[in-house]
Design a protein around this ligand. Structure first.
Ligand code: DX5
Ligand code: ZN
Length: 217
């Protein structure tokens, strides 16, 4: 059992009406919004940047924005994203040479710090930074696209982190839906990103409610 938070990823929603999609997710009972920023370089896809975040912030003044920065130079966008109203800045460990400076840079701008690792990156690589961040993101698909299959073999990473850091926020992202959320929650994840499972459903409220119920069992 966990007090999990559910954060829809709107990547697979209708990006031409992103504001409406965010509202639809919040009306459906989402706890926060997971915003996937891609630069076409760190990942083979492009989504949106700080201007979009700024306009979404105007429409959703009180919602926690968790920015998943799938970009090659995460140092570059800290100021823009802070100005745009981001609450948490999650960068990829693989994308920076100097995680410590980046963590400080993010904190100095008043945002929470998340650090993410791709499926091929061992959890050991992130351990030196865990006590300095608010959240660790364990990717359960290769970053770049929604709608991929959940990699259950990433759960040992989540378990390892949870055993050693009871109070840490641990997020899983990729392929999480009604049939996989139990595995993630049991491993110790407490921030659950769910994209297609929620956004593509005609009844997102029922999906979010069911997701939450499964984690409460
Ligand atoms: C993948 C993104 C995820 C993704 C989740 O690169 O970081 O946030 O959109 O979508 P689903 O739940 O469909 O895998
Ligand atoms: Zn993501």
């Amino acid at each position: 059992s966990c007090s999990c938070k559910i954060g829809p990823s709107i990547l697979n929603g209708d990006l031409s009406c992103l504001g409406d999609e965010c509202k639809r997710m919040m009306d459906a009972g989402a706890d926060y919004l997971h915003l996937d920023v891609m630069d076409g370089h760190f990942v083979p896809n492009i989504t949106f940047g700080a201007t979009m975040v700024k306009w979404l912030r105007k429409k959703q003044p009180g919602v926690f924005f968790d920015l998943h920065m799938m970009v090659s130079e995460p140092e570059k966008w800290v100021d823009e994203m802070a100005d745009a109203g981001a609450n948490q800045y999650t960068f990829h460990l693989e994308a920076t040479e100097n995680p410590r400076d980046l963590i400080k840079q993010i904190r100095n701008r008043g945002m929470k710090v998340g650090i993410g690792i791709k499926p091929g990156t061992p959890v050991e690589k992130v351990l030196p930074y865990v006590s300095d961040v608010d959240m660790v993101l364990i990717m359960t698909v290769e970053p770049g696209f929604g709608g991929q299959k959940f990699m259950a073999d990433m759960m040992p990473k989540v378990k390892h982190l949870r055993r050693n850091h009871p109070g840490l926020d641990i997020e899983v992202d990729g392929g999480v839906g009604l049939s996989t959320i139990a595995t993630a929650a049991e491993a110790g994840a407490n921030m659950i990103v769910s994209g297609s499972a929620v956004v593509k459903s005609p009844d997102p409220k029922s999906v979010i409610t069911q997701l939450r119920e499964i984690t409460e069992k």
